[in-house]
Design a protein around this ligand. Structure first.
Ligand SMILES: [Zn+2]
Ligand SMILES: [Zn+2]
Length: 392
């Protein structure tokens, strides 16, 4: 099956650059180069974004925060509203490039909304930690929140957001915590062990939005099999019960075993399998409308370009063989800049690329199954599902 896929890209994205920092824009360039050399980009419609207007940015942020971003764009000594020193330092032009990335996610949302079955991706997006009035966790403007607002304004009645980044999708959850039109689902490393320290199974949404925030807290060390078991035990059920018009996914890949900032143990194959599951869910539960965003991912060579190339390929309906060779030209470029350690040879990592996922069983005392049970027992009743029934 081929799926019409729009890829929103502008070289201007590479200006989202904190300098010496884990979130190097090189990871975006490496992804585009790898996807191009493997022919994946031949199957997408590539479009350039316009910067998000101030009116769009105001759907997620306050006027005084935007004013601060303008000041931070030119004032080298600017601090405030979460902007440096620390995780999220200011840089020249921070307002314009942040608006460009947000505009990219809105452009992708428009492509997805234009017709049933459409997919679109903005790998520079997924900046899920940005709050209404605070930069946080490398995120300045919350393009995911803005794109979801754009979908609602275009006529979507219900939007499901699934966040598979290793960190809790706190900014998106906060924006829609009381909003019954938006389901947010985040699978992340246990917040007691990782930034931003939120996203507990009992955080369920509030007021009219009660039952529309879903949090799966995964123990450090969670591997491919355990992660996929948790996903299958929670995500398809809650998304189907919510019955969205469109699926928005934040596809951060910092769950990787080689990621320097977190402690899960997924491989590129586990991440690829998760992305394929999101694709199936978009067709099964959201009329095929799928907006995919990037996110975290700090293993710049060994993970991000591979996983996001798999993402784009999967979206087009032509997934790549994990046994496929990484092109020599790509490897040579990487080796020239960073040396040869850790430069991948194949597009997959596991000897057994088809991962056997054992279904969750009620009453199991396995660590991952206790995490699963905590989420199911908190949220399932609010969605009319039975937390103890493995068929739900
Ligand atoms: Zn599809
Ligand atoms: Zn992250």
């Amino acid at each position: 099956m081929s799926c019409p896929t729009t890829l929103v890209w502008d070289d201007g994205y590479l200006g989202y650059d904190f300098g010496p920092h884990p979130m190097s824009p090189w990871r975006l360039q490496l992804t585009m180069d790898l996807a191009g050399q493997l022919g994946v980009l031949d199957r997408v419609e590539m479009v350039a974004p316009a910067p998000a207007s101030e009116a769009l940015l105001l759907t997620a942020h306050t006027p005084r925060y935007l004013e601060a971003l303008r000041a931070a764009s030119t004032d080298r000594r600017y601090t405030g509203f979460g902007l440096g020193p620390g995780d999220t330092p200011r840089f020249d032009g921070i307002y314009d490039v942040s608006a460009l990335i947000a505009g990219g996610s809105v452009r992708a949302a428009e492509a997805v909304w234009a017709r049933p079955g459409a997919h679109a991706v903005n790998i520079a997006g997924g900046l899920h930690h940005a709050m209404a009035e605070e930069a946080s966790g490398f995120c300045v403007v919350n393009d995911a929140v803005i794109a979801i607002h754009a979908l609602l304004a275009a006529g979507a009645a219900r939007v499901a957001y699934i966040d598979i980044d290793v960190h809790h999708g706190d900014g998106v959850q906060a924006a829609f915590y009381g909003d019954p039109r938006v389901l947010t689902v985040s699978l992340h490393q246990d917040p007691r062990t990782l930034f931003p320290g939120t996203g507990r199974p009992g955080d369920l949404g509030a007021g009219a939005g009660e039952g529309t925030s879903v949090n799966v807290a995964l123990p450090p060390g969670t591997d491919d099999e355990a992660w996929l078991r948790a996903f299958e035990a929670v995500v398809p059920s809650v998304v189907r019960a919510f019955a969205p018009d469109v699926l928005v996914t934040q596809c951060g890949c910092d769950t990787h075993i080689g990621d320097p900032l977190a402690e899960l143990r997924l491989t590129v194959d586990g991440q690829r399998t998760a992305i394929a599951a999101l694709h199936r869910l978009a067709h099964d539960a959201a009329g095929g409308r799928w907006l995919a965003l990037g996110g975290g991912g700090y293993n710049l060579v060994g993970c991000v370009p591979l996983t996001w190339t798999h993402l784009i390929a999967e979206m087009t309906g032509h997934p790549l063989d994990p046994a496929a060779a990484v092109p020599d030209a790509w490897r040579a470029t990487v080796i020239g800049r960073a040396g040869s350690p850790g430069v991948p040879v194949r597009m997959g990592e596991r000897p057994d690329p088809v991962i056997a996922v054992r279904a969750w069983e009620p009453g199991s005392e396995a660590v991952i199954d206790r995490s699963i049970a905590a989420t199911r027992s908190a949220i399932f009743p609010l969605l009319g599902l039975d937390p103890g029934d493995p068929r739900d």
